[in-house]
Design a binder for this molecule. Sequence first.
Ligand code: ZN
Ligand code: ZN
Ligand code: ZN
Ligand code: ZN
Length: 303
Amino acid sequence: MDATRCVNCTQPMQLVALAGHYGRGVDVDMCGPCRLVWFDNLESVNLNGPGTLQLLRAIDAQRGELLNALGGTDLPCPRCTARLKVVRDLVSHGPVGRLECPRGHGALQTFSQLLAEKGLVRPLFRPEVEQLQRSPATGLVFHCVNCGAEFDPRVREACSFCGSPRLVLDLQRILHALDRQTGVVDSSVGGPPRQVQFTCMHCGGAIDAARERRCSHCAMPIAVTDVAEVLRLIEPYAAKIESGEAAPAHRAVEVAEVSDGRPHLLPMGLERNPLGPPWWVYAFCAVVAAGAGLALVRCVPLV
Ligand SMILES: [Zn+2]
Ligand SMILES: [Zn+2]
Ligand SMILES: [Zn+2]
Ligand SMILES: [Zn+2]
């Protein structure tokens, strides 16, 4: 089958396979220069850890290529040429748009819309913007998550080049999405933590992203716009994420949760049911039962 052609620049798109939960993956067509993704399906796929890693790598691989700004929303479906229609979905931080074929052939999204739909980006919080306005880090550079163009987040709410809103990668959510099955990125179970130095966007201070989720100098959450930065933190764990191999401590917690619905450290059967009566109720009942039994034996005439 011929490669799908990008409806914005007419160049062939790159086919990328993304792994999903329960073996339900999805093949998408990506155009790097336009930062667009085409799905041959309107159903959203729940990406698993390896699928999320594949998506981040694919987005990073398209970085630096010549960029064609999205030519408006008046674009044809690559399958039937019908005009795509704008559809808005509500995600954790507000509505996210995409273009859909009216005949159901599929949907077109920008990279940042796809990241937003998967919950992997967040808007800059108001205190963060205020902090940047008050005392910006020297040499503050803010890049658009979608196209990589530079813009000033203190005065603009969206990228003037591609129109993508003022978003940053949500490191916490990304690590959770990658780590759900394996627990290898979680330093509490994945062995000795490494040092991964990030520069705080807000104050310019150093952050150890392998241990800290906030800047210890200005208390602002880690804000990154470059997927390559996030990959720098994740790549050492990539082989384990891809194999789906769980860290021993993570597996132990999972087994316990599957066994009785909650994590615990006692062997099965030895732990007390938290909703049951305390031990002395059982002891009291045993004494009463023994007494009643004795009385009964005494009352019944022996034959
Ligand atoms: Zn294109
Ligand atoms: Zn169509
Ligand atoms: Zn942009
Ligand atoms: Zn800081």
